[in-house]
Ligand binder design. Structure first.
Ligand SMILES: *[C@@H]1O[C@H](CO)[C@@H](O)[C@H](O)[C@H]1NC(C)=O
Ligand SMILES: [Ca+2]
Length: 598
């Protein structure tokens, strides 16, 4: 930890020293100092090259206004004053490090329901081509608690008017990041139609092995790609790196296909069923010499009284210097007695008063006799209900064939605002998505990497040309004041962060405090990013210590299926609220925290 701060402080000092010098150096134009990364005017809005169903780069405000529809719906079942989808969306450039002319869709408001959607250029049918969904998320303020996933809205009588887009609008796929407290998620949920009775059920993909925490706090753009193929396999990538792959038939909870056999719910355990595996041996008898009365401890027979023990001196004596107080009233207070003090005669002696040997464990001790356990001759084994054929059984061999999708939207709630979305693409051709990313996300990424790199290179190059600078770094680093300051600031900041996180769990009104902390964190992270220091292990560990409590404390419904506890919650949810297709009564979106008001 200290090592990292030391490096940090060295670099900070370097930057401070260099900032006046670097301008001069640029003017010298000696070829060593290369600051220019890419001409921002080089940016052209990406266009998909090939077949696609939807593409949106948000760079054209007029086109955006024409194509996107703000929800005018109200959330059902919650208080009127928070039911409205009144979250604010804007088209604007990223706050930091944008490419000139590159705009995104930004969720500006926090702690509000926000929903916006757009019709696909072409309805996607799940036939013989894969579905590829790809988009960028930039959490410009990090994320405390909230989602940044999208929904692929199903073709349905209730989805004709996108102004009605709300949490229960039928969707086929929900995909993207979501976080609350220490619960980091990358959702992939699809709605599966039960072929027996036509009801829909949400199927939740199991979690990727690796914890995906960086994208929620590094304030960098990230690219999310989902590919689902007609053979039911799928693949999820973040920044082109595959984080999860598997099959719709195997990696989802509840499973697409129910078990063929189930326990007979009507089979009950008989009252006389004997499940006791072992019993005390009825033929065993207590041995004649077993003395149950022998005490567990006895005085040590080998102990002897230490030399110089004063048998006749008491441990405590009345204080000879104490005097009866003047206002002592024998009638009222009783006879006066001097307070007791340790007997000074005992101070130098081995001990005073009656000596008794210390206690030791009794070797004769046996305790209560118990018969040894033997197998129960009447044991019938663990009772199990009989198995019967599952009346609800079906087998769907191609869950890929979901309900066609005709629109895409964001239906969100977030405690952190300034979430920027960009370059949303839906296609049936992975190569079109890859090329689209190359013209957008990859350029952005390259620019960010180069500017981080160029700063460090700049410091090193300049220092090599002016070796005397190293002497200054060393002296500066040696200054204990600097280290103390850095260390002190660092630790108090993380304390505050923890406090804020704790507070937020129980009280959302502390949003202002959280914002202050966010700003603090911003400053720190900006420094780190500029220095190209991407190693943030320490902070991660600090956050992890109360992992596990969050789901219950924050009241977020389990939206992923990684634990049996959470998937049970989902099942309960779905059982309690069965829903039918066509009535607009689709299974609830899993996000319960929206209903939390205070
Ligand atoms: C449809 O079947 C599922 C699974 O067997 C069951 O949970 C659900 O209650 C059924 N719905 C209706 C409306 O019958
Ligand atoms: Ca854009």
């Amino acid at each position: 930890m200290m090592g990292r701060y030391r490096l940090l402080s060295l670099l900070v000092i370097g930057v401070v020293l260099l900032s006046p010098c670097s301008q001069a150096a640029e003017k010298e134009d000696d070829g060593e100092v290369t600051v220019e990364v890419e001409d921002p005017s080089d940016y052209t809005s990406p266009q998909p090259n090939g077949h696609y169903h939807f593409a949106e780069n948000f760079d054209d405000i007029q086109a955006f206004k024409k194509n996107w529809v703000l929800s005018e719906a109200k959330k059902e079942g919650i208080d009127e004053d928070i039911a409205k989808y009144d979250g604010v969306w804007e088209i604007e450039p990223p706050v930091r490090d944008g490419l000139g002319g590159d705009l995104g869709l930004v969720l500006k408001s926090k702690a509000k329901h926000a929903a916006i959607s757009s019709r696909l250029k072409k309805t996607f049918h799940f036939h013989d081509k894969p579905l590829v969904v790809q988009y960028e998320v930039l959490l410009q303020e990090g994320q405390e608690c909230g989602g940044s996933y999208l929904k692929l809205i199903a073709v349905d009588s209730t989805t004709n008017d996108l102004r009605n887009f709300h949490d229960k609008t039928p969707y086929s796929i929900m995909f993207g990041p979501d976080k609350c407290g220490n619960d980091h998620k990358l959702h992939f949920i699809f709605r599966h139609k039960n072929p027996k009775n036509g009801t829909f059920e949400e199927k939740h993909c199991s979690k990727p092995k690796e914890r995906l925490e960086e994208p929620f706090k590094d304030k960098q753009p990230h690219l999310y790609t989902l590919i689902i193929r007609p053979d039911n396999t799928f693949q999820i990538s973040v920044d082109h790196k595959i984080v999860k792959e598997g099959s719709l038939l195997e990696d989802f909870t509840p499973a697409v296909n129910p078990p063929a056999e189930i326990d007979d719910p009507n089979d009950k355990k008989p009252a006389d069923w004997d499940e006791t595996e072992k019993i005390p041996d009825p033929d065993a008898r207590k041995p004649a010499d077993w003395d149950e009365t022998a005490p567990a401890q006895i005085p040590d027979p080998t102990a002897t009284k230490p030399e110089g023990w004063l048998d006749h001196e008491p441990d405590m004596i009345p204080d000879p210097n104490a005097e009866k107080p003047d206002d002592w009233d024998n009638e009222m207070d009783g006879d006066w007695e001097a307070p007791l003090i340790p007997n000074p005669a005992c101070e130098k002696a081995a001990g005073c008063g009656k000596w008794s040997p210390p206690l030791i464990n009794n070797p004769e001790y046996k305790g209560k006799w118990r018969a040894p356990l033997v197998p129960n001759p009447n044991y019938q084994g663990r009772w199990k209900p009989r198995r019967i054929a599952n009346p609800d059984f079906f087998e769907d061999k191609s869950p890929f064939r979901m309900t066609s999708i005709s629109a895409v939207g964001f239906e969100l709630w977030s405690m952190s605002n300034m979430i920027l979305f960009d370059n949303l693409l839906i296609t049936d051709d992975p190569s079109v998505a890859a090329a689209y990313a190359a013209d957008s996300f990859d350029l952005k990424r390259k620019k960010l990497d180069q500017s981080a790199e160029s700063l460090v290179t700049r410091i090193i190059n300049y220092s090599n040309d002016n070796p005397w600078l190293y002497a200054i770094y060393i002296v500066a680093v040696g200054l204990p004041l600097v280290l103390i300051a850095v260390f002190f600031c660092g630790s108090s900041e993380s304390e505050e962060m923890k406090k804020a996180a704790r507070a937020k769990k129980t009280d959302m009104d502390l949003a202002d405090d959280v914002q202050d902390i966010n700003e603090l964190q911003d400053d720190l992270q900006d420094d780190q990013q500029q220095l190209g220091d991407e190693d943030e292990e320490d902070e991660e560990e600090e956050e992890e210590d109360d992992d596990g409590d969050d789901e219950s404390e924050t009241g977020t419904a389990a939206t992923s299926s990684e634990t049996s506890r959470t998937s049970k919650t989902q099942l309960d949810l779905q059982e309690n609220e069965p829903a039918a297709e066509g009535s607009g009564d689709a299974p609830r979106s899993p996000r319960k925290r929206r209903t939390r008001k205070d």
